[in-house]
Design a protein around this ligand. Structure first.
Ligand code: HXC
Length: 256
């Protein structure tokens, strides 16, 4: 799996996907977004990958937002298309990926960069991380889902304040309010992300895929129905037989 703007390393069923444009603080230009879209299409059928870790190249930034220089001269229709296509091709695709996606936030996660981290299934951060949605300083609002995902993660009032002031959250504050799950020293960030990913790979990947679908529906009117449908579906799967048999036989399950 090679992409011009991403580094992809696969080991032990875990893919570390690194946004690789450190000279521009990994700002999300068309090239990075195209590559992310392709990667998340390609990963569906890649049996070597069970968990994806998203991070940024360099020690300073996860991603400093959409590439401002690229859209600075856009008109209203082009702006709308930027947001619509980006959401459909990248951000929603990541959120709905049935393989777990962990964002390892290693520095600035601003604007589209934080929106990318929020489309991942959960986030861990390094102590130097700074997270925020500063779009109003550019005369814009978040366009890659930030007005929807931030309030879900931290509550409406905090999201209102963060978006209106454009203030950045420190890693410590982000952990307090549930924007990130854990904060670790930068030198340990990838190791910790891989440790969590490794735990996940030991569990049933088919069950985890269904869990993602059900949890993503938690705020939808039919969320409970989706849970029931997913629960029932799993009874037809080999992993259910293996998991329950292993319990009865007092051994660890060996999921395919
Ligand atoms: C393009 C960017 C960039 C961005 C940084 N760079 N952020 N280029 N788009 N979003 C480039 C700079 O131009 C510079 O390149 C290089 O990266 C290093 O950045 P500096 O500003 O010199 O670094 P520093 O002084 O340390 O400041 C770091 C920073 C600042 C605080 C993160 O770069 C910053 O404020 N960036 C913009 C953050 C932002 O507003 N993000 C939201 C974007 S809008 P050169 O070649 O000039 O030296 C958005 C909308 C999403 O995300 C929705 C779309 C639909």
């Amino acid at each position: 799996m090679t992409y011009e703007n991403l580094l992809v390393e696969v080991e032990n069923k875990i893919a570390v996907v690194t946004l690789n444009r450190p000279q521009a603080l990994n700002a999300l230009n068309k090239g990075i977004l195209d590559d992310l879209s392709s990667f998340f299409d390609d990963v569906k059928s890649n049996d070597d990958i069970r968990v994806i870790i998203l991070t940024g190249a360099g020690e300073k930034s996860f991603a400093a937002g959409a590439d401002i220089k690229e859209f600075a001269s856009f008109n209203a229709e082009e702006g709308k298309q930027l947001a619509a296509k980006g959401q459909e091709r990248v951000f929603n695709k990541i959120e709905n990926c049935t393989k777990p996606v962990i964002a390892a936030v290693n520095g600035f996660a601003l604007g589209g960069g934080l929106e990318l981290a929020m489309s991942a299934h959960f986030r861990i951060a390094s102590t130097n991380a700074k997270l925020g949605l500063p779009e109003v300083t550019l005369g814009l609002i978040p366009g890659y889902g930030g007005t929807q995902r931030l309030p879900k993660l931290i509550g409406k009032g905090r999201a209102m304040q963060a978006i209106m002031t454009a203030d950045m959250f420190t890693a410590e504050r982000a952990e307090q309010i549930g924007l990130v799950n854990e904060v670790v020293e930068q030198a340990n960030l990838l190791a910790r992300a891989k440790e969590i990913a490794g735990k996940i790979t030991k569990n049933s990947s088919i069950a985890i895929g269904q869990a993602i679908t059900a949890i993503n529906s938690y705020d939808k009117p039919n969320g409970f129905d989706i849970e029931i449908a997913s629960f029932g579906y799993l009874f037809e799967e080999d992993d259910f037989k293996e998991g329950t048999t292993a319990f009865v036989e007092k051994r660890k399950p060996n999921f395919k």
